[in-house]
Design a protein around this ligand. Structure first.
Ligand SMILES: C[S@@+](CC[C@H](N)C(=O)[O-])C[C@H]1O[C@@H](n2cnc3c(N)ncnc32)[C@H](O)[C@@H]1O
Length: 353
């Protein structure tokens, strides 16, 4: 077979870009952890020496880091006076942890799957599961830091209002359960927005629940939020006005057991808020989508192995078509199911008994 030189060059160009991005992933986290992006955002155009002094870091390393970041388009370089700076947009995504577009948490998730490669390779051979709790700890913190900005930007302003009658109930005082809550980012944001309501976050992962309790205390909402270790398939409590699942049902080995349990834990007029990754209706469309590669990367190394945890293991993966959710939800006790709203990363479903 003859190799087409143009196509070969195109492919190699793509690979080199990916290789550069992969080698830069730890450097994004280092920039985040050492406050390098923030130092650039706060200080304006500056030399490597100035950024090193501002951040208490080593000038030689900073010069190399800045050059890598500029080559990747994460910071800008002015060759005239040998200074580096960030644009408003770069700062919005990289320097401001409170921004709804803050991105470095995503790189922390990417780092965690690199650190877990031995386990993942073994699972490919054996078909074994990898439970959420078996991953490198960077996954837990990275997920919180990657997802929280999306919740800050959408949860209270768009997702809750998209549900029928839920905002009013939360404002008046409702009983809410947040299932698979992880570090509790969504639970705490809801508790801050609706002080008359009471919230309980459940997750089967003890270490995540410990962090969630700390987050509630730091936010000063422990009076109305509690966190407990429990599985989605048998968490305690009944008559919840709202049960929420943020980006976790597809990770569960027994999603149908979880759905059936939500149904019996809800009040008769209660609502189930199901947030799931954005996905197309067919594999071909998901593959072609701009975020398909990210989702399938996470799905292969995190969601699919988690879904196989325990027998029989549904392993839905992260790209579940809406039609599949509709079938699963309506087959397990719900009569009402609709897509209430969406973002480029998430679909937000509303279900009622
Ligand atoms: C992708 S994380 C999402 C965490 C959190 N909802 C968020 O948005 O930041 C999935 C979470 O589901 C939890 N999980 C997985 N299977 C579970 C189960 N059967 N019962 C309860 N939690 C579960 C994991 O421990 C993990 O915290």
């Amino acid at each position: 077979m003859a190799v087409d030189e143009g196509k070969l060059n195109d492919f190699m160009g793509r690979f080199v870009g990916d290789l550069g991005a992969t080698l830069s992933a730890p450097l994004v986290l280092i920039g985040d952890r050492l406050g390098l992006y923030k130092g650039l955002a706060d200080g304006g155009p500056q030399t490597a020496a100035e950024l090193a002094a501002r951040t208490g870091t080593d000038e030689r390393y900073i010069l190399e880091w800045l050059s890598n970041q500029a080559a990747g388009g994460y910071v800008e370089y002015d060759a005239g006076d040998d200074t580096f700076y960030v644009t408003e947009e770069q700062a919005f995504c990289l320097a401001d942890q409170t921004s709804p577009a803050y991105l470095p948490g995503g790189m922390q998730v990417a780092l965690s799957v690199c650190l877990d490669i031995e386990n993942t390779e073994r699972a490919f051979r054996t078909g074994a599961s990898i439970g959420w709790h078996e991953h490198d700890h960077n996954l837990f913190e990275g997920t919180e830091r990657f997802f929280r900005p999306g919740y800050v930007g959408n949860l209270v302003s768009a997702w809750i209002p998209a549900l029928e009658g839920v905002e009013e109930k939360l404002a008046a005082g409702a009983k809410v359960a947040d299932i698979g809550c992880g570090h509790g980012a969504s639970t705490v944001l809801l508790a801050e927005a609706y002080p008359n309501s009471t919230f309980v976050g459940f997750d089967y992962h003890q270490a995540s629940i410990d962090v969630a309790r700390k987050r509630a205390a730091e936010a000063g909402v422990s009076d109305r939020v509690s966190f407990e270790v429990a599985r989605a398939q048998d968490y305690p409590g009944t008559d919840y006005d709202l049960v929420a699942f943020f980006d976790c049902l597809h990770d569960m080995a027994d999603p149908e057991g979880a759905i059936a349990h939500v149904r019996q834990s809800l009040a008769a007029d209660g609502t189930w808020l199901l947030v799931e990754p954005q996905a197309a209706e067919t594999r071909a469309e998901s593959i072609a989508s701009p975020v398909g590669r990210v989702f399938y990367g996470a799905s292969t190394q995190i969601c699919t192995p988690a879904g196989r945890d325990g027998a029989p293991g549904a392993a839905l993966g992260a790209q579940v078509p809406e039609a599949t959710w509709r079938d699963l939800v309506t087959a397990n006790g719900f009569t009402h199911f609709r897509r209430a709203t969406e973002t480029p990363f998430n679909r937000v479903f509303e279900a009622r008994p």
